[in-house]
Design a protein around this ligand. Structure first.
Ligand code: SF4
Ligand code: SF4
Length: 113
């Protein structure tokens, strides 16, 4: 189980969630942040910090088709080779050390502004 960031983060990206995550598993794309589902320890600290209520627990996302899309998309972000990159991000074990990724999944990149 993990938490997932939905479309309300797109183009907001204020990083409030990043600052409270105890395991540093929230990675920054270009227009949106993404929680690594394999590194998240399900503590819930990020959910209350988001100013646009974009973060949801995955069991809630599974029941909502719109959130479900972002649940699946967060897997794509870490497991697929993103545009312009040579290999998948995978599970680096810490977003700050890894740095800003600066690219989004096609779903987010194509999202209307
Ligand atoms: S639920 Fe906890 S561990 Fe998971 S992303 Fe949020 S703050 Fe980080
Ligand atoms: S706090 Fe919310 S809007 Fe800000 S980066 Fe995190 S998920 Fe996105």
């Amino acid at each position: 189980m993990s938490y997932v960031i939905g479309s309300d983060c797109i183009d907001v990206l204020d990083r409030s969630c990043v600052d409270v995550c105890p395991v540093d598993c929230i990675y920054e794309g270009d227009r949106k942040s993404y929680i690594n589902p394999d590194e998240c320890i399900d503590c819930g600290a990020c959910e209350v910090e988001c100013p646009v209520s974009a973060i949801f627990v995955d069991r809630k996302a599974r029941k909502d088709p719109e959130l479900r899309v972002h649940l699946d998309d967060s897997r794509t972000f870490f497991e697929a080779t993103l545009p312009g990159r040579a290999e998948p991000v995978g599970n680096p074990g810490g977003a700050q050390a890894y740095g800003v990724i600066g690219v989004d999944t096609p779903l987010v990149a194509d999202h209307p502004s």
